[in-house]
Design a protein around this ligand. Structure first.
Ligand code: SAM
Length: 503
């Protein structure tokens, strides 16, 4: 019988991480010239899967792929199994296993995900984890390993040292979290908001006070937390015969998101991808990384020919912030974290074609055809213009790339359909996984509606259910049931929570 871990006593309620989705891993590998396994038919392992919050929604939407999750904390695995059983999923197993003794009979994997584990295990185990990943990765496999990193973790470590010194004597996890919060408040209030150091500490404390108890307990009051520099991670991976493929968030590898001086300065930085990324970490004080690693002998193509995007799918919310689509001059589009500006009529039209189709995606060829129709320009010209600009727009964040069709609803149907996993999660939690694997905070009325979007309830049924809730005083629906339902469904649609009824 294995010993109970702190995660058994105080479980880590897991969630989905969009960057760890195998869609992302495939996309980065494909861009750099790899031939990764198709996400619709592959084998996936998650190490340290906790209660499956990241793996189960992936398995649900990719029924012909096979998913295995392992975790050292038995209780978390049992909690996860309770979620899987009612969903009737046959393509996923959660196992109570130590990565150091993961039986060979489970075979090798095309994708391995290891989120929030590497920094939280003892230092001598870190190379062993990488060695295990290498030994279980197929020749074209891609592994995702996230970790805390310097320089961003220097200031956090100062705060963590303070919290550790004054809370490590407490055995009860709840008491430790309460103490950590008191200490953070103390540090915040006692730090000057007139010095640079004080401002830095206050900002960090404020951020940490907003994080969930599990993060504070395991990240700031528990023994194991070992950040490292990116270059040291790459070196350790190489010692285990793994090579660095790229960052799971492609845009963070590129200087595109730096401010203009930073972008200009990066042009003169010598060295290759590793040196460049390490310098950028200093420029943005990066504290967390999501690195993709692959077998050492895979040949990569770092200068990406734009034609590789021809086999991918695109989507963009791209709200127009400034300018006109069809008029002359610049237009500015809103990305998830950055805006994108262009005066090219083809790019403006291309983004507005995708925005009209949001949240669903479309294949490159269809995008070209629709944009050519809209601009009345020759297809060949449109193809080249869009194709050459896909990567800058992807790096900037305004456009997203996908290896498969998402099948998201672009209008509310008479029988709205959400994923069974998300419907069940919405019964208990405000934050749920959307169909792009991101986390969404859903307010009470849409959250209630979401639970009943099973593809069988009609709009009339949903109206009746909402009206009953309102009448019984369990929900307040304004300004009317009709409008409340319509707003809720539009909100769910916009948040990528509704699927097409037929695919
Ligand atoms: C910080 S939690 C992260 C959980 C989840 N991946 C997430 O990010 O939401 C670390 C997880 O790694 C698991 N873990 C730690 N050591 C492990 C080992 N040797 N083998 C398997 N799992 C391990 C813990 O039980 C815990 O669930």
């Amino acid at each position: 019988m294995a010993e109970a871990t702190l995660y058994d006593v105080f479980p880590y309620r897991s969630r989905s991480y969009v960057e760890s989705h195998i869609d992302q891993l495939y996309t980065v590998g494909h861009l750099f010239g790899m031939k990764p396994a198709p996400v619709e038919r592959c084998r996936v392992l998650e190490i340290g899967c906790a209660d499956g919050g990241n793996l189960v929604p992936m398995a649900e939407l990719l029924p012909d792929s096979e998913f295995v999750g392992i975790d050292l904390a038995e209780r978390q695995v049992e909690d996860g199994l309770k979620w899987i059983e009612p969903l009737g999923l046959k393509n996923i197993e959660l196992l109570h296993k130590n990565f150091k003794r993961f039986p060979a009979k489970y075979g090798n994997f095309d994708y391995i995900i290891c989120h929030g584990v590497f920094s939280w295990i003892p230092v001598p185990e870190q190379p062993k984890l990488l060695e295990m990943i290498r030994s279980r990765l197929t020749p074209n496999g891609i592994a995702y390993v996230s970790y805390n990193t310097f320089p961003g973790w220097h200031i956090r470590r100062t705060i963590r040292d303070f919290l550790m010194q004054h809370s490590s004597g407490l055995r009860d996890p709840d008491e430790r979290v309460a103490q950590a919060r008191n200490l953070l408040r103390f540090l915040h209030d006692a730090s000057s908001d007139e010095t640079s150091y004080g401002k830095l500490v206050r900002g960090q404390c404020q951020g940490l006070l907003g994080t969930p108890p599990q993060y504070l307990l395991h990240g700031f009051t528990a023994e194991e937390n070992h950040p490292m520099y990116f270059r040291d991670f790459v070196r350790m991976a190489a010692e285990q015969n793994l090579q660095y493929l790229g960052d799971a968030e492609f845009g963070l590898m590129m200087p595109d998101r730096l401010h203009p001086e930073g972008r200009r300065a990066m042009e003169n930085v010598p060295g290759g991808i590793i040196e460049h990324e390490q310098v950028q970490d200093y420029l943005i004080n990066r504290a967390f990384r999501r690195s993709l690693v692959i077998q050492q002998d895979v040949q990569l193509e770092r200068s990406i020919p734009w034609e590789v995007v021809e086999s991918l799918y695109m989507s963009a919310r791209a709200r127009l912030l400034k300018g006109e689509i069809d008029g002359v001059g610049e237009a500015r589009f809103d990305g998830p974290d950055h805006w994108f500006q262009t005066d090219s009529p083809i790019l403006k039209a291309g983004l507005s074609v995708l925005a009209a189709h949001w949240p669903d995606n479309m294949p490159f060829d269809e995008w070209v055809a629709r944009t050519a129709e809209r601009t009345e320009r020759p297809g060949i010209e449109v193809r080249g213009m869009l194709g050459r600009n896909v990567l800058p727009m992807f790096a900037n964040g305004v456009l997203r790339l996908h290896p498969r069709y998402l099948g998201l609803a672009t209008e509310v149907s008479d029988r709205p359909l959400a994923s069974p996993w998300t419907r069940r999660r919405a019964e208990l939690f405000r934050w749920v996984t959307d169909l792009r694997h991101g986390m969404r905070n859903v307010p009470p009325v849409p959250r209630f509606v979401l639970q009943h979007c099973d593809g069988k309830n009609t709009l009339k049924d949903l109206r009746k259910k909402l009206s009953d809730e309102h009448r019984l005083g369990r929900l307040t629906v304004t300004p009317s049931i009709e409008q409340g339902l319509s707003d809720a469904l539009e909100g769910l649609l916009e948040r990528s929570l509704l699927r097409r009824n037929e695919l």
